[in-house]
Design a protein around this ligand. Structure first.
Ligand code: ZN
Length: 473
């Protein structure tokens, strides 16, 4: 039985899906105007691991996982203006980077990746319904959600009105009936991206995007809604208000799952604080995607994760040790079957207990050590029976290790490739991506510097119509 912590009730409960053949999970995805930092990667890795566990527990086709792409937003518009390009240039570039960075961390793409700009009709339809129900109103080209129209507003974050107003950093505007009211639709000035609507040419607010996409792709009530802790208020509170008021009071999600922050020792990692580190930078430094993934899973997902060089170094040592053990059994490991019946019970208990990845990692480490010690030759091995028994014990551990590592998304490389050195292909690819990014931003000095640095290491780049390839001199 899988148990999950629900932020709404503040407790761990058995996870019983509404329909085990079609479990629905929605996670708030990236706003694509800049490179993802390692804090942004945490929900991607955590919910990828949860998706793997759900498919393992309920069947490969049991889950529909949606993660949206916010591709219309004031920050995107500002970035496009700064570069003098169309917003779609910015959003396509950074969505591609996002998928590449997360792919390097072993994050599989979600089943559905709805884009805000493709879902305007669903959003305007929901806004019209909210106006008709008396939950929203039009004022000076804006449509606002009227917070006092929803008596249950604040149920997720459990904040009082004073704290909500302070936390939302609400904009004071003369057209608002209540200071807490939030934007569903706002007008677009001439030359700014916008769509025709019953309220004039404009664009949607951020919160309504998720409510409309969930309704359209997953349904009125979903099993799991996920995201970072920072989204609880106001974003998820607003999603709840919109969806519940549009759906006659039906709950939006049965489980609210939130991951904690990645911090830099004492402070939260954030773009505004200027203390971010990106997976792209870490990969370019020679760290491997699996190292970053395991580091992100090394703390329980609800706890803060202090990101330090020491953490990354410690995880690298762990993975090196695991690969050293595995390379002795590589052929048998590759041949080992995978599946629900092969998973180790203690490992499964850890993961199904609210995705307790630290306990699961400790158990995987234990299993690898058992495997390693099973190979120590001793006196009885000369007897046929004992030797067979040893082989059987090893096979048993290998099968369990393989299922466990595929659930965590680690030990997926060939040990030989893993040990080929820190200047492995991951690092080269990451630097090629940095160079492409620099070229697109017309920062040719940086692009040339990266090409020259690689050349000094004996790596030759070849630019072609399908992108850049590399070879060793
Ligand atoms: Zn959202």
């Amino acid at each position: 039985m899988m148990r999950l912590h629900d932020t709404m009730t503040r407790e761990k409960r058995p996870f019983v899906p509404l329909n085990p053949q079609r479990i629905t999970m929605y996670v708030c995805g990236p706003t694509v105007y800049g490179r993802a930092h390692i804090g942004n990667a945490r929900p991607a890795v955590v919910f990828d691991t949860l998706a793997r566990l759900i498919r393992h527990e309920f069947g490969e086709n049991s889950l529909v996982y949606a993660r949206n792409v916010t591709d219309v937003d004031d920050k995107i518009i500002a970035a496009a203006e700064a570069e003098g390009v169309d917003p779609s240039v910015i959003t396509q570039r950074y969505e591609r980077f996002y998928l590449e960075d997360m792919g390097a961390l072993g994050v599989r793409p979600p089943d559905i990746a709805p884009h805000a700009t493709q879902e305007i009709a669903a959003m305007t339809a929901m806004i019209e319904r909210l106006i008709a129900h008396g939950n929203a109103y039009e004022a000076q080209g804006h449509v606002l959600f009227h917070v006092p129209s929803d008596p249950d507003y604040g149920v997720l974050s459990r904040r009082d009105r004073e704290a909500m107003l302070a936390g939302a950093r609400v904009e004071v505007a003369p057209y608002k009936r209540d200071p807490a009211d939030f934007v569903l639709w706002k007008p677009s000035a001439e030359g700014v991206v916008g769509w025709d609507s019953p309220w004039g040419r404009g664009r949607p607010g951020w919160h309504v995007e998720c409510s409309a996409m969930i309704e359209r792709h997953l349904g009125e009530t979903i099993d799991i809604h996920g995201g970072g802790l920072d989204l609880i208020f106001p974003h998820h509170e607003n999603e709840i208000a919109q969806s519940r008021c549009a759906h006659g009071g039906l709950p939006l999600a049965r489980f609210w799952v939130h991951n904690g922050f990645v911090d830099m020792g004492s402070e939260k990692m954030s773009k505004s604080l200027g203390n971010i580190i990106t997976p792209a930078e870490l990969l370019a430094q020679g760290h491997k995607g699996e190292t970053l993934r395991l580091a992100l899973l090394s703390a329980h997902y609800r706890k803060p994760l202090p990101w330090t060089e020491g953490l990354v170094a410690r995880i690298k040592v762990t993975l090196d040790g695991w690969y050293r053990i595995l390379e002795r059994f590589w052929d048998e490991y590759q041949a080992a079957p995978i599946g629900k019946q092969h998973v180790d019970e203690l490992f499964q208990d850890a993961l199904t207990d609210d995705l307790n990845t630290p306990a699961a990692i400790a158990r995987l480490n234990g299993m690898l050590n058992f495997l390693a010690s099973s190979a120590i030759p001793h006196a009885t091995i000369t007897q046929d029976g004992a030797e067979i028994e040893t082989k059987q014990v090893q096979r048993d551990w290998l099968v369990r290790i393989k299922s466990a590592s595929s659930l965590l998304g680690v030990l997926q490389a060939d040990p030989e490739a893993w040990f080929r050195g820190d200047a492995g292909s991951d690092a080269i690819e990451a630097r090629i991506i940095q160079r492409t990014e620099a070229k697109q931003a017309r920062d040719f000095a940086t692009a040339d510097r990266i090409r020259d640095e690689l050349k000094a290491e004996g790596i030759v780049l070849e630019d072609g119509p399908l992108g850049t390839t590399w070879r060793r001199e």
